[in-house]
Write a new protein. Sequence first.
Length: 338
Amino acid sequence: MRGILPMGAEWSRRGRPFAMATLVAVSGSAPREVGASMIVSADGEVFGNVSGGCVEGAVFEQCLHAIQSGSASVETFGYSAAAAFSVGLSCGGVIEVLVRPVLPGSAAAADVLLLAEREARAMPASYTLTVAGADVGRGVIDQTSPPSSGAVTIALGSPPRLIIVGAVEFAVALSRIAIAAGMQVTVVDPREVFATTARFPGAEVVVAWPHRYLETAEVDARTAVCVLTHDPKFDVPALRVALASAAGYVGVMGSRRTHEERLERLTDASAPAAEAVPAEQLERLRSPIGLDLGGRSPEETALSILAEIVADRHGASGRRLSELSGPVHRPLGARVAS
């Protein structure tokens, strides 16, 4: 849902009527997760999606109907072997999509504006949608009581975070594609000439020694730390802090020879105020960083790094899908709800 909130908020501010379609249940294999959303304006403009493209045409028509009728509904789409080219999921799964009108001055429009603001500020929020009964389509932000069995709760405002150490050219490319992938990006470097918002649009830019920043930063399992400085005075202290943190991913750029030299520094306890990094922490280090894609440019290298972060987050192998068997998309269960 977070992907459509900026545009939905803009339409709401302009008093533009539209409908929102939200994926509220998944059974079997499907390309999108619960919460994926699509908005359709009264004049037919579309933003976002709820599948890989196989049901969007039908959802578009349902959205136009919702705007005209002013009522919400839940539509079910699945795969039919007897009608493989009709409306349905060719991947074999079954999904349920809540389609509801978002009309000027409505409670739904107010919700979109508030959620967009919370999302822009990275403020955690939950949005509970009623998907059955007389109140189908009703939304509640930060519901305090447990949701009923006919409701789905979507978490917003806390996207996966990426902390990039070193405002180098590879960091420029990585920041750009990570933001496009929906991550909250922070770039930290003590050198003011490189650490500028002009070079890193859309990212938080911090001018500070990386290890000092990491000591006080909010880091959890959904945080990835990428050290790209190529300078021991920056990367070694930063890695000591990052590897001892709760970060779900820690990677560092460099050749295999550089990696061996860096390991020696990380395990050297003779340096002033330094302790040897424990072996269990070193096992978490992704070095050389990224997957083997063969690219050399900053953009290709950034793609390699982001691919490894995504694979780690989902516990995937990073191998070619053509070499694997089974569903392309892992089953998510019959319904995902709070």
